[in-house]
Structure formats: structure tokens, C-alpha cells
Write a protein that binds this ligand. Structure first.
Ligand code: SF4
Length: 372
């Protein structure tokens, strides 16, 4: 996150007055209400529906699009998101976006990625304090030290990193393509080892899918590291027919007791194609709500954990972001140019033939975890 992150003077702007729930609003949002009413209460809808109408009007007026991550709540994801999906999908959409403004319904590193890919556009994030434990686990200086320690070893960083870290990177990856990117980077550098930063658990899960030697960092997603194998075993005993789908930011132990492990996009694909009667998504809570709306007939069983950073983005903060054009995300040109290269190299790789999965053990190389 940039210096002065918490002291942006725009953060002191007063909130905009909230629009009212009128019969016209009720009529305009009736079809959407039918889709989301199992996940949102009527009381919540009286506040959310007028905001959805106003946000969609402001988007047209201000030539803006909203990129909404899978971890946004259903009112945002289904009500105002123009492009929805995982980090890779949103990065691709940011690169293609025609509008002059992008509102990032996600966390700060995602907004930086959009700015890096669309330097000529205004990129707004509704709450400047929406961070990420992975992004703040590593700095550009850490990466420079690692590069000095491992000369000639390609640096692959997860997109959950700051633009400054991406600028030190050879190529970015997401959980949807990490194995593919690691193998492509090793081949391009003519080596059999790769620095895969900063998520230790993702690195360990990737290491079981490839013969490339992985050197990792000790970053963790504070949401996914909370799940334990004991929790999952207990839930499986309670719901023996449920399919358990874990995200690769979970530990290897959690992956080992799950039926399937893949990116958020791969989880969606699994639920939509297999249509299990009961499913548990071992990831952020809103993901299950959003997929449930699109797959009626599938019962979603918690556990899940909330990401406190993602939950800082609300309809109200998106509305105020559009009203006041705040908070604009900027990335210095020199950093942006280098970071763009790293993200673009990832985008230019052909999409994986099948959604990546991490639960089938294909290799057993030990992982070196570095702290410099
Ligand atoms: S869920 Fe984890 S990786 Fe995603 S933004 Fe939250 S802390 Fe970061």
C-alpha cells in the first residue's frame, strides 16, 4: 500500500445522503429481487435497492464500470457488478474495459492492477483501507533481496501483491494459472527452480503439481489460514454427502481432506457442472452466497470465513465513490510500466486448458520457505 494510505484527505469527505425506497425503485429492481431474495432480507433490500438503482444510473452518467470480485456480497455482485469473477478474470476485464472510469469492488491491490493495465483511465476504490494480508506480507525490497540471493531464478508473484512488488517480478500468476505460469517461467529462464511469492500455502500446493523446485515466502491469507483440517473432518462427518471444495490459499492439510481444490473460478465451474446436492466452499463467505444464487437446488453448507478487507466495500461506499469520484488509485509511471509487463506476460499466456486443481498429488518435491 502506498505511503499515506490511511491519511488521504478525501477520506474525510462527508457521506452522501441515501436515496429512498420508492414504488418506482421497487418495480425497477423486482426481477433482481427475485434472484437474490434467498440471500438478502426484505429489510436489507429497502436500503440496497435504491442504492443499486442510483449506482447503475451514476455508472451511465459517469461512463464507469464496476469490477466486482467473487468475494463481494450478493447485493454488489449481482446488483451493480458489470464484470464479476476472480482476480485473473477481473484483470483481463480491466485490460479490455472501454469506460473511462473503473470502480474496483475489491481490495487495493486489485485497483492497482486495474490502474497498471489502464493507466489512462480513472480507477476508484470505494474504501482506501481495503487491504490484504498477502499483499502486505512482502515489500519490493524483500523481492530485491531474494533476487540477489537467487540470481537467474525467475520471480513469479501472485497477483495479491502491491504494484511495487509486481514491478520486481518476472511474471504474475493467480490461483487459476499458478502451475502453468511457474512451468512457463522455468522454461523461459532455462532453470528448474522458481521463486513463487508471497503465499506459502499456494506455493506448497503448486509444488505438489509440478517438478519445478519452488522457493516460497511466508505470506498467508488471513481468511484461508483460519480453516483447519480438523474443522473440515468434523464437517464431513456431520454432512457425509457434501462435496468439499477448498481454495489453494488453504493449507496442504486442508487440501488433503477436501474433495477438490481450485481457484474460485474452478470452484464455480465444479458446482455448475457437477451440481452436487450439498457443497461446502472452504473460502470467503460471500463466494458461496453468489454461487448459490446461480445454482438453485444446490445446498451450500457453511463453514466460511469473512475477509475483513473485502467487507469494507459496500453499496454505500460504491455509491459515494461514484458521487465524489473517490478514492482515486494512482501508481507511479516507472513502477506501473514494470508491473504492467509482469501482469501482461500472465495475460498473454493461453488460458489453462482445464480449470487448475490442486488436490491430485502429482509431485513431492520439498518446498524451501525463505525469509530474508
Ligand atoms: S481473502 Fe485473503 S487473499 Fe483475499 S483479499 Fe482477503 S486477505 Fe487478501
Amino acid at each position: 500500500m502506498p505511503d499515506g494510505f490511511y491519511s488521504d484527505p478525501q477520506a474525510r469527505n462527508a457521506g452522501a445522503p441515501l436515496p429512498a425506497f420508492t414504488p418506482a425503485v421497487e418495480k425497477e429492481t423486482a426481477a433482481l429481487w427475485e434472484r437474490v431474495k434467498d440471500r438478502i432480507t426484505p429489510l436489507e433490500w429497502r436500503v440496497q435497492a435504491p442504492l443499486i438503482v442510483e449506482i447503475n444510473r451514476l455508472k451511465r452518467q459517469k461512463d464507469a464500470v464496476i469490477l466486482a470480485h467473487n468475494y463481494m456480497t450478493p447485493d454488489i455482485f449481482h446488483g451493480v457488478g458489470d464484470f464479476v469473477g476472480d482476480s485473473l478474470g477481473l484483470a483481463r476485464e480491466a485490460a479490455r474495459a472501454q469506460a473511462t472510469r473503473i470502480v474496483q469492488a475489491g481490495v487495493h491491490f486489485m485497483a492497482e492492477t486495474s490502474k497498471v493495465l489502464c493507466p489512462e483511465k480513472t480507477v476508484l476504490i470505494p474504501d482506501l483501507t481495503a487491504g490484504c494480508s498477502l499483499a502486505s506480507s512482502i515489500t519490493a525490497e524483500d523481492v530485491r533481496r531474494l533476487k540477489a540471493r537467487y540470481p537467474g531464478v525467475p520471480v513469479v508473484t501472485y497477483v495479491n501483491t502491491t504494484a511495487a512488488v509486481k514491478a520486481e517480478t518476472d511474471i504474475c500468476c493467480t490461483s487459476a494459472n499458478a502451475v502453468q505460469v511457474v512451468e512457463a517461467a522455468a522454461k523461459a529462464f532455462g532453470t528448474d527452480q522458481v521463486l513463487l511469492l508471497p503465499d506459502e500455502y499456494l506455493a506448497r500446493n503448486v509444488a505438489r503439481q509440478t517438478d519445478i523446485k519452488i522457493i516460497a515466502w511466508q505470506g498467508r491469507c488471513e481468511v484461508h489460514e483460519q480453516f483447519s483440517a480438523a474443522d473440515i473432518v468434523e464437517m464431513r462427518e456431520a454432512y457425509p454427502g457434501a462435496h468439499v471444495l477448498a481454495h489453494p490459499e488453504c493449507s496442504e492439510e486442508v487440501v488433503a481432506v477436501s474433495h477438490f481444490t481450485g481457484s474460485t473460478a474452478a470452484m464455480v465451474d465444479y458446482v455448475q457442472t457437477k451440481r452436487p446436492k450439498q457443497v461446502m466452499l472452504i473460502t470467503e463467505c460471500s463466494m458461496a452466497d453468489n454461487v448459490a444464487i446461480e445454482t438453485p437446488g444446490v445446498e451450500f453448507i457453511r463453514p466460511c470465513n469473512l475477509c475483513p478487507h473485502m467487507k469494507k466495500i459496500s453499496l454505500q461506499s460504491i455509491y459515494e465513490s461514484l458521487v465524489y469520484d473517490r478514492f482515486e488509485v494512482d501508481v507511479p509511471d516507472a513502477v506501473s510500466a514494470l508491473a504492467r509487463q509482469a501482469v501482461q506476460r500472465m495475460i498473454d499466456l493461453p488460458p489453462p486448458a482445464v480449470p487448475a486443481r490442486y488436490d491430485l498429488v502429482r509431485a513431492q518435491r520439498p518446498v524451501a520457505v525463505e525469509l530474508v
